[in-house]
Design a protein around this ligand. Structure first.
Ligand code: DAH
Length: 340
């Protein structure tokens, strides 16, 4: 009786295993026959009730059947797993020989290039790079620089006044005072940074641009020293001997004051829109630090001599790369930017 049932059980199980399409179903079948309460497990457990000789005989067949089914399950599991693998392979197929997509590679903005180059040159001459706030107060932007409230020079630096009582700084010069208040001379610094002007734009003016301020203070310091440093800077920056000139000018925070001009490299001094036809391009204001500026920085004027300058970074970039319109820098035009 048991023998017959073992045979039918074998056939039934075999068929069911064959038909199973996935691992879930296969698992169900396994449990049905070989699980804790599985049909074959039950038979194996009931063997002990049989007389010894019969028990041995049936036991052998039942155990063989158990091993047989285990092997069948194992085989079928492999078959199903292989099928699943193939299916995912087809869906997730990857052609590793296909050429890759080239990422777009950007480049540094010309103003960044120029700023870094200038910093490098001045650092090699012992200058530290210092920064100050773009939102400035009236004292540092004007009064401390010897430009009192009703002074006509304020017109020259008209700016954007903010609701919080501050203003957008019109130049990097306020950092001279901020730095001297906290650091004793001798000192050598440059101050790169953004400045703002309330003004109409044209080929050589923007309402926002970069400046680089320079300041050197020592016991003995002169215009000759300023000229030497600036000349060395031009040589290294333009990588050739460049004609430049110091022309008398007026700034409230320096005495005497100059404007530093360089022969226009866009047109080689012939005259073009970038130099307003003069052949010269004003690239900096400069001068000897005014005693009042020392005073406002808590330094005793008679103890110190200092010179300062303020370069327009865009102007320098225009000369170096022969760019004839300042508005290109912030135009976001890739045809322009890709040239650097
Ligand atoms: N701050 C001036 C400007 O924005 C430029 C300048 C002139 C800076 C003379 C200086 C200086 O340090 O000495 O127009």
């Amino acid at each position: 009786m048991v023998k017959i049932s073992l045979k039918t059980l074998k056939n039934r199980a075999k068929k069911e295993i064959e038909k199973a399409k996935d691992l879930k179903r296969l698992n169900e079948i396994f449990n049905k026959y070989l699980g804790k309460k599985g049909e074959l497990t039950k038979i194996l457990r009931s063997l002990e009730k049989l007389p010894k000789t019969k028990r041995m005989k049936v036991g052998k067949t039942a155990n063989e059947l158990k091993n047989f089914l285990k092997t069948e399950f194992e085989k079928k599991t492999q078959v199903i797993k292989k099928k699943i693998g193939k299916a995912t392979e087809e869906v997730e197929w990857l052609d590793i020989t296909a050429p890759g997509k080239k990422p777009l590679i950007g480049s540094l903005h010309p103003l960044t290039l120029v700023k870094r180059k200038i910093e490098e040159i001045f650092q090699s001459m012992g200058f530290s790079v210092v920064e100050g706030p773009e939102m400035e107060n009236e004292w540092y932007n004007f009064d401390a620089l010897n430009i009192p409230k009703e002074h006509p020079a304020r017109d020259r630096w008209d700016t954007f006044y903010l609701k919080n009582g501050l203003l957008l700084r019109t130049h990097t010069s306020p950092v001279q005072v901020r730095y001297m208040e906290k650091n004793n001379p001798p000192l050598r610094i440059i101050v790169p940074g953004t400045v703002f002007r309330h003004e109409a734009t044209d080929a050589s003016h923007e309402f926002q641009h970069y400046q680089i301020e320079g300041l050197m203070v020592d016991k003995k310091n002169s215009v000759a020293n300023l000229k030497a440093i600036v000349g060395e800077f031009f040589r290294r920056f333009f990588e050739k001997n460049v004609e430049f000139r110091l022309k008398p000018d007026y700034f409230p925070f320096t005495e005497p004051s100059f404007d530093i001009g360089i022969s226009c490299l866009v047109c080689n001094g012939k005259g073009c829109p970038a130099c307003k036809g003069s052949g010269w391009m004003e690239v900096a204001g400069a001068g000897m630090v005014h005693p009042n500026v020392f005073k406002n920085s808590k330094l005793i004027p008679k103890d110190w001599q200092g010179w300062a300058f303020g370069f327009g970074l865009e102007r320098l970039a225009m000369l170096k790369y022969k760019i004839n319109d300042i508005r290109l820098f912030r135009s976001g035009d890739l045809r322009f930017l890709k040239q650097f």
